[in-house]
Design a protein around this ligand. Sequence first.
Ligand code: URP
Ligand code: ZN
Ligand code: ZN
Length: 480
Amino acid sequence: MSLLIKNGNIVTHDQAYRADILCDNGVITTIENSILETSSMEVIDAEGLLVMPGGIDPHTHMQLPFMGTVAIDDFESGTKAALAGGTTTIIDFVIPNPQQRILDAYHQWREWAEKSACDYSFHVAITWWANSVYQDMKTLVEQYGVNSFKHFMAYKNAIMATDEMMIASFNRCLELGAIPTVHAENGELVYHLQQSLLERGITGPEAHPSSRPPIVESEAANRAITIAAAIGSPIYIVHISAKQTVDAIQYAQNNGHRVYGECLAVHLTMDDSVYQNTNWEYAAAHVMSPPFRPKVHQQALWNGLTSGTLHTTATDHCAFCDEQKAMGKEDFTKIPNGVSSVEERLTLLWNEGVNKGRITANEFVALTSTNSAKIFNIYPQKGAIQIGSDADFVLWDQNRNKKISLKTQKSKVDFNIFEGMKVTGIPVCTILAGKVAYRDGDVIAQAGDGRYINRDTFAPYYSATKLKNQINQAKAVDRK
Ligand SMILES: NC(=O)NCCC(=O)O
Ligand SMILES: [Zn+2]
Ligand SMILES: [Zn+2]
């Protein structure tokens, strides 16, 4: 059956206009002032609503085995929560154990993700280096639609990538037309600071931010940018939380380097006072890396988004229950790192961004959807409202209020870090591939409704990268 969205105000990253949209077989087939409805069409009246491209969350961890446990939201509950929040595509992470074939890990994650209710794709983490990794990266790119590889510069003695590994992997990314991404924190320093805090008897969650101060992040970001710049590769830095990192990225961009930056809805809206709470469970529920920062960093992140230094917003959704967090009761370094927000990202961005005059509605679309689609090369299939684009939409009521609560959330986690927060501007209906997936509090999409999204290599920015590298290539002096 076709789907007709009537009377909506379409908002994309660069336009706002009133029109009807007809969708057939999961894609947009017609956009016109007025489309006549027929009996073969399901009709949605979007009068008074904004019709925007479905959100793309470029950073989630559903069902992640991590720090001795497994994230509580699996690909079904996590993607249903995403749809309830207006997100129609997630890019999750395959994180192989060191020494595990990265191709084997990829197949494992694909199997887990079959029950996704929204569309999904994968970044693959490089957690070790060997000839098989070099070979498998090519297979992943050529046969499985992967065009981004992740490097964790933190998590020493687990999945940390060394400089040597990053140099090898960034080079391989450049050959393959994929984009390297990094979790930027100096893992050696984090480890050192953690041990010294424990030695001083500071074992609670309040020690977490002290073990990961802003300079630990900005040093690593600088180092990753330097490696990428020396190799001539673009780079994407995930979950930037500190002003110093925004400054480092801006400096690199001003010096001609192609650096993309992501920040999280939680870092934009929450500060580090949560770690001082005397209730251990409350403070531990907020342990994630990088940690929440003093308010001055939040403003720097917003400034980074409005100035164009930062490009995307994500969640890093990685949900752990009280019982799981309690694994670190005696030692904060054992508290599983991660918080949940896949359902709240869009409404937080609207409430704190559009409603406070920090960003426009068009910028909201760019930051929640289009820019990710462009960087990870799925634009205009995703992130756009154009003929031929996937019929993924969020229908937005900018005047409707909601109180965020554990009671109404779709995530399985037993704590909501935004409990009681009042927001204005919420998704009332989410459409995935031309079908209503969420409406007025109910997720209609089923496990398995989401499709795997292949992502081609050599995103458009790569043509400039290749040409620049060719022009700047070192040449031998002929001394014959
Ligand atoms: N962010 C976090 O604390 N947990 C998930 C893993 C990661 O992204 O570092
Ligand atoms: Zn991370
Ligand atoms: Zn993450």
